[in-house]
Ligand binder design. Sequence first.
Ligand code: PLP
Length: 389
Amino acid sequence: MKKESRVIHQPSVDLPEGNESLIGPVYRSVKFSFPSIRAAMTPEARQEGFDYSRDANPTTRQLEKLCAELQDRDDAICVSTGMAAIWLALIGNLNAGDRIVFFVESYRPTRTMVRERLPHFGIEHTMLSIHDHDAMAETFAREDTKLLVFEAPTNPMLQVPDLDAILELARANGVTTVLDNTFGGLHNHGDYPVDLFAHSLTKYASGHGDVMGGVVVGDKQRIASLKPWAVNMGATLDSDTAYLILRGLRTYFLRFERHCESALRIAEYLQGRPEVERVFYPALESDPGHALASRQMNGCGGVLSFTLACGREQAWAFVDALELFATVSSVGSTESLVAPVKLYFGRDLSEAEADSAGITDGTVRLSVGLEHTEDLIADLEQAFADTFG
Ligand SMILES: Cc1ncc(COP(=O)(O)O)c(C=O)c1O
């Protein structure tokens, strides 16, 4: 069955005989009973049955199965947010004394995790550029380097990593790879030998900006080794939220395609504006990441960034002048969003680090929603007129 059909005809989860939810459907029940202790102790009951919803829940399990299938792997664990998914993938694979590699281009909370939180557990780090393969080769070769966490494309500057080159370097050195594939989407990059995918289901998967969730996807063995961590951390995704994400996924492909079409039209429009120095969107032929994105991805998503030829005050005035784009930091929902990049995503970076990531005071990120593209372009047009005259 094609994935476009699979999101409508979703995998079913059958409860073993006698294993009933105490509160019925959408399996909201926290507890699931068996007729006897012996029945609860059978290998089948222990492997496939349900007991307590922090460990497993049939509705959440259905979402895990669907995410695994969409991402071309055989298992997954859902958690409460995208950040919890990244935490789970990292903390379940690192020990004190290990080194993690990440990129200056990464999502700010991930940088914060690696630079400010993981050191509390004795985990060292090296920050590189996503395009510096020589530095990667050198750092991956260190005995203590154990894990790489990265994004494709990156948030907020839409940089496209060379997956063949980076994954080959990592594999050659036994480095575990964790790809935060939130911007790529569940249907992208599954054919690359990434060890674990992390996603914020808050974005394109649920799609309507009304729930939060996260998932780690990988092969059975890796997910099995993460499972006790997830259960003990308690970052469980509840069944109502899982249901809403399953519902959102029914229209995932339609929405993603529309996000991509509108983002490309807006990127082309912005390229023609005299106030815009540069547009960052890999679906544009002029984008340095275009060739890689065309090879690696099926659709570049609804997020793009651009640099206005002005300072901070004028850039903020432009953002404030937009009426249809709400000023907030999320992406991938029905409504369009805007954020000044340095303030929202770069305030932990030094000037040199921001420069190397291509972020200036005039850089703005758009998450293009599902409104009519002409309305969005008209809104940008009036904001340009209002701010630049
Ligand atoms: C690339 C990326 N990873 C992870 C996250 C975190 O997701 P959540 O807000 O669901 O924790 C986000 C949120 O914007 C994101 O853009």
